[in-house]
Structures are given as structure tokens and as C-alpha cells.
Design a protein around this ligand. Structure first.
Ligand code: DON
Length: 315
């Protein structure tokens, strides 16, 4: 275990204390009700799981509640696309730079030449990445992303949340606009509705915070499975996605978060945050009340508390 001086019991006590401090902040946020089903979550929920590289997981708070990955899933479509295509090809369609704009912004797509989304963590970039996932059918392309998540979490029963998927698909006009604009400018090719469907489907994959912490621990472990030692994510790809987590993972709050928490992390609008402390631990957080930038408000506070307490910053 990473803290030889601490027992799992003491680690849990640290988590409980950080939770207690972060909990009040959940009252200051709002739910992501632009996806109607997400607007039905209980905003007071907050939970955290930590998986150490020996495979031990310690959890506290609301950790049994399943939630959809939303933007956290963008990491995994990117991993699959980078396995399918050359890095040069992928990065000819999507850039590597942070934006400073909200995650669903349309503005830079038109003003920047070429009209390439700035990075794979914003919606436009992730939709472009979805168009690069190989497979002979739409189902096969989705299954390949799902299969990666099942292998990394060790949970072969992870599934799509049908209600969230449908709810987002029905209200995805902004993402639809981004996708059609990108086809018009030659960034994506093929059936736009099919590409959008894959994006919305991978966003609606459902898991719990302990699944997320296990997945994150594999990224911390340079892509190697904690138990079998199998290389699930090739090292250069693990390195790329962790770098994006630092520069773009918390959207236009990534800079502030790098200072206050200092750990590669990716958030999603359902309230999930996946954080990976290199060579130490993976962390999964769930708290559906969001700040104005779309990050879990209690979750960020919780990670700030923990980072200070355990000296987690990589910087
Ligand atoms: O496309 C969307 O708007 C959602 N499926 C995902 C957005 C998201 O999670 C942004 N996160 N902070």
C-alpha cells in the first residue's frame, strides 16, 4: 500500500473527514439538467473510492450509486482511436491545446483555421474522436469502448444506461450542430448521426466510483492491470491521455485545478471525476452537484482536501 504507515481503516477515516468538509459545497451547485434525466439526481450525494496499486480499494460516502460517465468516457474513446490509427492521423483531426472555453462551445471551431477542434476533451473534439473508432458496425464500435472499460474495471457487467442515452440523444442539438459543422469542414467523414450516436452512447456508460478508481489505478500503473500485469493500455497512449487530463481534463477550470489539486483528472457532467496519481493510486469521485464550469463542486473540494492531506500534487 502507498501509505505503509496507514491502515485501510485510517485511510477510510481520512476519506470520511475530507467528505465532511466537502459536503456543504454540494448545496452551492446545480444539476446538469440540460440532459433531462441527469436533472433527477440527488444533488447532496458525494462519494469517493481510492484504489492503490496493490489492488486495495477504500471507499467513503455515496459510493454504491451508479452514474453515467459522460465526459470521463472521452478518455476511453481516445484510447481506442489511438490504438486504431496512427497518432499523426488522430492529431490531424483533433488538436492538443486547451481552449479556455466551455466544453460545448462552438465558437473556436469556426474562428480557428483549420477548423479542427482544439483538443479531444471538449465535445467537438470527442465527437471527432468517435468518428475515428474502427468497427464494421455501430454496435461493434461501441462494444470496443465498452469492452476496454470492462477489462479495466474488472466488471464484465458494466452497461449502457438506456434512459440517460435516450434523454441525451433527444436533446443533443448543440452536439449535432458541432458534428455537422465538422463534416462540412472535412474534419469528420461518414454518417453524422451514427458518429453522434456512438458519442452519446459512450457518455451513457454507467458505473460506480469504485469502478472508476480501479480504472484510474491502471492509468496510474502505466496501463498495466493491477492483478494480472497485462498491459491493457499501451504506455505511450496512457501517457498521452494523462497529459490531456492535466491540460484539458477539467475544461476551462484545468489551470486552477492543476494548482489546487495537481493530479491528472477528468470530469463529467453527471458528477464523476476520475483522478490518477502516477504510480500511487486511482481515485473515483461522484457528486452530481456541479459548479458553473460543469465540474462536481463537492468532488473538486474533496480532491483539494485529499491532495493537501496526502500531498498528492505531481508538481
Ligand atoms: O455531450 C455532452 O454534453 C455530455 N454527454 C458530456 C459533457 C460533459 O460531461 C462535460 N463535462 N463536464
Amino acid at each position: 500500500m502507498i501509505f505503509p504507515e496507514k491502515t485501510p481503516h485510517e485511510i477510510k477515516a481520512d476519506l470520511e473527514e475530507a467528505l465532511l468538509r466537502a459536503q456543504p459545497y454540494t448545496q452551492q451547485g446545480h444539476l446538469a439538467d440540460y440532459i433531462p434525466v441527469l436533472g433527477k439526481s440527488d444533488p447532496s450525494m458525494l462519494g469517493i473510492s481510492v484504489t492503490f496499486l496493490d489492488g486495495t480499494t477504500v471507499s467513503a460516502g455515496d459510493t454504491q450509486v451508479p452514474f453515467t460517465m459522460q465526459s470521463v468516457s472521452k478518455i476511453f474513446s481516445l484510447i481506442v482511436a489511438l490504438q486504431d490509427r496512427s497518432f499523426d492521423y488522430v492529431f490531424s483531426r483533433v488538436g492538443m491545446e486547451p481552449t479556455g472555453d466551455p466544453f460545448n462551445s462552438i465558437v473556436k471551431l469556426e474562428t480557428i483555421k483549420p477548423h479542427r477542434p482544439l483538443n479531444p476533451m471538449i465535445n467537438a473534439g470527442a465527437i471527432a474522436v468517435s468518428s475515428l473508432v474502427s468497427g464494421s458496425t455501430a454496435d461493434e464500435r461501441f462494444e470496443r469502448i465498452l469492452d476496454l472499460l470492462r477489462r479495466m474495471s474488472g466488471r464484465p457487467d458494466i452497461q449502457l444506461n438506456q434512459a440517460v442515452y435516450q434523454s441525451e440523444l433527444d436533446t443533443a442539438d448543440r452536439n449535432r450542430a458541432l458534428a455537422y459543422f465538422m463534416r462540412d469542414s472535412g474534419i469528420i467523414e461518414g454518417d453524422v448521426e451514427e458518429i453522434l450516436d456512438l458519442y452519446v452512447r459512450h457518455c451513457a456508460i454507467e458505473l460506480c466510483s469504485a469502478d472508476l478508481s480501479r480504472i484510474a489505478a491502471i492509468l496510474s500503473n502505466d496501463g498495466f492491470d493491477l492483478f494480472t500485469g497485462e498491459q491493457i493500455v499501451p504506455l505511450p497512449i496512457a501517457r498521452i491521455v494523462k497529459t490531456f487530463m492535466v491540460t484539458c481534463g477539467m475544461y476551462n477550470a484545468s489551470g486552477e485545478y492543476a494548482i489546487s489539486v495537481g493530479v491528472p483528472s477528468k470530469s463529467g457532467v453527471s458528477g464523476g471525476i476520475m483522478a490518477t496519481v502516477p504510480h500511487k493510486m486511482g481515485i473515483g469521485v461522484f457528486g452530481p452537484s456541479l459548479d458553473e464550469k460543469g465540474n462536481s463542486i463537492g468532488g473538486v473540494k474533496l480532491l483539494e482536501e485529499l491532495s493537501a492531506r496526502w500531498n498528492l500534487s505531481i508538481f
